[in-house]
Design a protein around this ligand. Sequence first.
Ligand code: ATP
Length: 308
Amino acid sequence: MQACTLIAHAKINLYLEVLGSRPDGYSEVAMVLQSIQLADRVELKRRQHGIHLSCNHPQVPLDATNLAYRAAELLQKESHSSAGVDIHIEKHIPVAAGLAGGSANAAAVLVGLNQLWGLGLTVGDLQTLGARLGSDIPFCVQGGTQLATGRGEILEPLMDLEGIPLVLAKPRSLGVSTAWAYQTFRSLQVDRTLAARPNDTVSSLPQLLAALERQDPQALANSLRNDLEKPVLAAHAIVGELKTALCSVGALGSLMSGSGPTVFGIMPSLEQASQTRDILRRQFQDVDFWVTQAVPTGILLEPGPPQL
Ligand code: ATP
């Protein structure tokens, strides 16, 4: 195989609970992650030597800090391969949005180069390598609906939520750094004790898992939780406004994804999702909206032209 194209799906967090700090500087978390249809296209072409990267989005770094570049470099090193690759990323996932765009790109490079370079690595091998680059990469390799614990790299598949309709809303000029969100969460000491103040209605993981098991969209919408909302909402009022607006025009429930600022609403139908998007587009002119849905895979190999 000389070339391949991968569809790298974004993710949302249906649940993100910060359980504590770890000696390695990461936070101990319990998350429920869901792949969504919104995706980047990652094209890989074999070359004799070196790693070359291009991307259609001006905010994406093209040097060795790009996660997709780092994934190729890591595979090269670990497999003692001298082969090279041209990587082209066609961005559709907004950048620094809490949707794991960079992690999805890195996962696509791991999956694609495993084929292109004929490395014969298992999904588990690719996830272990991915975890060295970023906590969301192991999830992105496999995708679907999964419980993620540890720093996000310990995965347990859950019942698929395929097809559930969603509206995403992202303030156009706002990006949130994941490191900032976790640090601010810690410095505000919004820990489990404070999060459980009597006035707060904080949902629990068993509640969300039961809703998933029943495939009940309203119960799911009632069980959403993201501990990182507190610091981000305090700094960016628009995020709270979007949550409220989504629920006032048809969403069963809404939540910020990951470290934000993207907010999603769970919708009763795709038709209602389109209506909600159209209404909110008129109200919020500096916000981008998408209608999307849950999908059961992280990375898909795009079918190539038929082999003659
Ligand atoms: P996560 O939810 O995993 O924390 P995110 O969706 O919030 O990630 P990304 O879109 O992955 O954020 O981008 C975060 C930062 O990573 C960007 O500001 C960018 O500089 C850098 N980055 C590195 N590689 C990529 C990539 N392939 N695509 C987008 N951003 C990348």
